[in-house]
Design a protein around this ligand. Structure first.
Ligand code: NIG
Ligand code: FE
Length: 411
């Protein structure tokens, strides 16, 4: 099946196949073609160029994109989309003055979601997560990473990961799975945290690996959650089963988690709302990509990740949603891109790079996703009529998407 898209006002993020990620000042550059055509063949990008060079072609489907902008679908490299119910009560508690950390200390937060998840069947969990996947696809997401971490025991962690696998088998978007058994300590391990860390290392990781349920491993390395030493123990155990680290660090405190991530060749270190010079220096010597989650900062009213400092130090940066019931009940990558520009002073070019090719890198798929490149997946967004791509962050409350195409098919 061949789809021909013509008269595209501007085709964004046109790259060669060698570009894996974009760093530092290069992030300000967004390669585009004005007045362009794009050909999709089956599930792949077949060709593109200027309208004046349009080849003769017999397409099965023609789309006239006059006054519209075309860009690669968003690559959301950090989510917790599989969860049961919601935490709207805690949202109101926070409005009334409690902090995210105070709610967690009272047994709310992640443990609240873990309790709900335990009581929810695999079928029901799949149903709830499916609704969220459908929603983010409509919002232009073409690839997504999903974490476990609301199970916190072998049975429930495996249940979550099986749901992620089933989502991957049932939806056209690319889905990557991350094992996050180290998301919080279950109440019964309150006085023997090491026993839970050992359970993760000795039982959970081998079980996840045996059933081939995850490619990545995550730890919430934070004061009151997993210490740097415990994080290291878990990443080491994961490494034996080829689980690649993608970790939660520096959300509230900088305690050395970034350095441990880098030491274990983490693919990404995520959050980084609090960042110091040692963290930056560690990242400079690595292939690890920092990931910012601005919707989380927005929702929790915590500081935004210092994007300017990261990029101006020559580092790459990816943007992701963090879609989860506690800190970010939204998977809208358009809002993420807008918030990155509005609150983190990223330029539209930087934000679009961060949410496409760098997002793809942060989940290990930049060979196949994240740019308009011959042979990459035909995952694209066609906007409504807009004056320029600046409108994507500028008109932050509007839905500017006309069509989303995933694997060559309009959804
Ligand atoms: O990335 N910080 C840790 N984990 C999630 C929130 C999880 C939750 O509150 O349910 C995050 O923000
Ligand atoms: Fe998260």
């Amino acid at each position: 099946m061949i789809t021909l898209i013509t008269n595209i006002k501007e085709l964004l993020q046109v790259r060669d196949s060698k570009t894996a990620k974009i760093s530092g000042s290069e992030m300000k550059i967004l390669p585009t073609i004005k007045n362009a055509y794009l050909i999709l063949k089956d599930d792949l990008i077949f060709g593109f160029g200027k309208m004046t060079d349009l080849p003769k072609i017999n397409a099965d489907k023609n789309i006239n994109a006059k006054d519209k902008i075309v860009l690669p679908a968003w690559c959301d490299s950090h989510t917790h989309i599989v969860y049961a119910g919601n935490r709207d009560g805690e949202f109101v508690d926070r409005i009334n003055g409690l902090s995210y950390e105070e709610i967690a200390k009272k047994g709310g937060g992640i443990l609240n979601s873990a309790k709900k998840l335990k009581e929810t069947s695999e079928v029901e969990l799949f149903f709830q997560a499916s609704q969220r996947i459908k929603e983010i696809m409509q919002l232009g997401t073409g690839a997504v990473e999903i974490k476990s971490g609301y199970g916190l025991n072998i049975e429930s962690e495996l249940k979550m990961l099986k749901v992620i696998k089933k989502l991957d088998n049932n939806f056209p978007i690319e889905i990557k799975a991350t094992f996050l058994g180290a998301h919080a300590f279950p109440a019964k391990y309150k006085n023997d945290k090491q026993a839970y860390v050992n359970l993760i290392c000795d039982k959970m990781i081998p079980a996840v690996a045996e059933e081939d349920l995850a490619e990545f491993i995550d730890v919430f390395c934070e004061t009151g959650y997993f210490s740097v030493e415990q994080t290291e123990q878990i990443l080491k155990a994961g490494k034996e089963f080829n689980l690649i680290p993608k970790i939660h660090v520096n959300q509230f405190n900088s305690i050395g988690g970034v350095e441990i991530g880098v030491k274990y060749n983490a693919l990404s270190v995520d959050h980084l709302e609090v960042l110091n010079i040692n963290d930056l220096e560690a990242l400079k010597k690595s292939n690890t990509i920092p990931v910012a989650l601005p919707s989380c900062s927005y929702f929790l009213s915590i500081p935004y990740t210092p994007a300017r400092e990261i990029i101006d130090n020559g580092l790459p940066l990816a943007l992701a949603s963090d879609f989860n019931p506690g800190s970010t009940p939204s998977g809208n990558m358009n809002f993420v891109v807008a918030t990155a520009c509005i609150k983190m002073k990223m330029t539209p070019e930087e934000a679009i790079n961060a949410a496409t090719i760098n997002g793809a890198y942060a989940m290990g798929i930049s060979k196949t996703h994240g740019s308009i490149t011959k042979g990459k997946k035909a995952n694209i967004i066609i906007t409504k009529n807009i004056p320029s791509y600046n409108f994507i962050p500028y008109a932050f409350g509007s839905n500017l998407i006309d069509k989303v195409i995933i694997n060559g098919e309009e959804i």
